[in-house]
Design a protein around this ligand. Structure first.
Ligand code: SF4
Length: 351
C-alpha cells in the first residue's frame, strides 16, 4: 500500500490549470447512457470544456444512468460521527459548488468501480497480523516486492510472539529486498512486542490502539481496519494524494486533512472501496509522471485531463498491471480478482 512515488503536487496544480482550456474526450454513449454522460460532461465542462475530441480517445461505454445520491449534509454528518476526520475543507477548490463536487466525486468513484470490479488490497495476508506487518513493510517499495518477501517471514515467525523474540539480524536478512530493512525490522519487531505484551498477541481493531504501535500511522491503521476488520477507512497513500488533487477534490496536502476533506464527500460505507479504486487507478493509469489520459475512462470528469499522454495509442503503452495486460501484484489474490481475469504475480524465484 505504500508504493512511493515522487510527490508532484506543484506540477499538478500548474498543469491542471493549464489543462483548463483543454478538451476532455467524449464518452461513447448509447441511448441509455446519454443522460449520464451529459451529466458527467457538465461536471467536467467547467474545468475542461469538451470541444470535439469525440472518437479520439477509446474510452469505455458510459454506464447506464444511475441515481446520483447527492447528500452533502448526510455525508458530512457521517464523517463527524466516524471520528477520524478532524477538519473538513470549507470550500471546494477551483470554484466548483460543493454539490457539484460531491456529484462529480461520487460519479468518478462509480466509474472506477466499473473499471476495477476486482479492486482489493494488493498485499497478501491471511490474518490481521500479516496485513499489519505487510503494510508496514510496504513503505517505499511495491506491494509486489512485499508479497514476494513475506512468505518466508511468516513461515519462520507466524505470530507476534515469534517475531518479537526473533534475532534481529535474521529478520533483517529476510526483509532486505524491501529496502530500509533495518528500520523495518525494528518496526515489525517493536509492534510485535507491543502486540504480545499489551494486546494478548492480537491485533486491536481500534484506530486509537493501532496508531500507538511502533511504526503504525493512520494510513497503516486504516488499511488494517478496512481490510482485516471491515471498518471503513480512507487510505491516503501517495497515489491517493496525487489523484484527489488532480481531480480537485481537495487542495490540501496534509494527509489527515485530505482524509477529512475526501471523507466528507462520500458516505462512510464507501471509504474502503473508494480507497482501493483510487489507488488502483493511480497504479494502473493515472501515474505520477506519465498519466495515460488518452486511455483513461474517467477523462471527461477530470480537470487534469491533458496532464499526461492524450494520444490513445501512446497512452495504451503506458498502462500497467492488468490494464497493460500484465500480472497484478498479489501472489495469492482473492477469487474475485481471478474471476475477473486477473493474473497473479510470479513468486520471487520466478524472477
Ligand atoms: S489519467 Fe485520467 S484521471 Fe489521470 S490526469 Fe489523465 S484524465 Fe485525469
Amino acid at each position: 500500500m505504500g508504493e512511493h512515488e515522487p510527490d508532484d503536487g506543484k506540477k499538478t496544480a500548474k498543469t491542471a490549470k493549464r489543462a483548463t482550456g483543454k478538451k476532455a474526450p467524449e464518452k461513447t454513449a448509447g441511448t441509455a447512457g446519454k443522460k449520464a454522460a451529459a451529466a458527467g460532461r457538465k461536471a467536467a465542462a467547467k474545468k475542461a470544456p469538451a470541444k470535439k475530441a469525440a472518437g479520439k480517445v477509446p474510452v469505455k461505454k458510459a454506464a447506464p444512468p444511475r441515481k446520483v445520491a447527492v447528500a452533502p449534509k448526510k455525508a458530512t454528518a457521517a464523517v463527524a460521527g466516524a471520528s477520524p476526520a478532524k477538519t473538513v475543507a470549507p470550500e471546494p477548490p477551483g470554484g466548483e459548488s460543493r454539490t457539484a463536487l460531491v456529484r462529480r466525486a461520487r460519479r468518478i468513484d462509480r466509474e472506477l468501480a466499473e473499471v476495477y470490479p476486482y479492486a482489493h488490497p494488493e498485499l497478501d495476508f491471511e490474518n490481521p497480523f500479516q496485513l499489519l506487518v505487510a503494510t508496514v513493510l510496504s513503505a517505499q517499495t511495491t506491494d509486489l516486492r512485499v508479497n514476494q518477501t513475506t512468505p518466508a517471514l511468516f513461515a519462520k515467525y507466524p505470530t507476534p510472539e515469534d517475531l518479537a523474540a526473533a534475532v534481529p539480524e535474521e529478520v533483517e536478512e529476510i526483509l532486505r529486498p524491501t529496502g530500509f530493512f533495518r528500520a523495518k525490522t525494528k518496526s515489525v519487531m517493536g509492534l510485535s512486542k507491543a502486540l504480545a505484551e499489551e494486546f494478548g498477541g492480537e491485533v486491536p481493531g481500534r484506530l486509537e490502539d493501532l496508531v500507538k504501535l511502533p511504526g503504525v500511522g493512520r494510513k497503516t491503521a486504516f488499511v488494517v481496519l478496512g481490510n482485516a476488520f471491515g471498518r471503513p477507512g480512507i487510505t491516503v497513500d501517495t497515489h491517493f494524494q496525487r489523484l484527489v488533487r488532480r481531480w480537485k477534490w481537495t487542495a490540501e496536502t496534509d494527509p489527515d486533512k485530505i482524509e477529512a476533506a475526501v471523507g466528507s464527500l462520500f458516505p462512510k460505507s464507501d471509504w474502503t472501496m473508494l480507497s482501493h479504486h483510487v489507488i488502483f487507478h493511480g497504479r494502473r493509469i493515472c501515474h505520477a509522471r506519465k498519466p495515460a489520459c488518452g486511455a483513461c475512462p474517467i477523462a471527461p470528469l477530470c480537470p487534469a485531463y491533458g496532464e499526461g499522454e492524450t494520444d490513445p495509442e501512446k497512452a495504451k503503452k503506458l498502462l500497467k498491471y492488468e490494464k497493460g495486460g500484465f500480472p497484478g501484484q498479489r501472489l495469492k489474490p482473492p477469487q474475485s480478482y481471478l474471476d475477473a481475469g486477473g493474473k497473479p504475480a510470479p513468486p520471487l524465484a520466478a524472477g
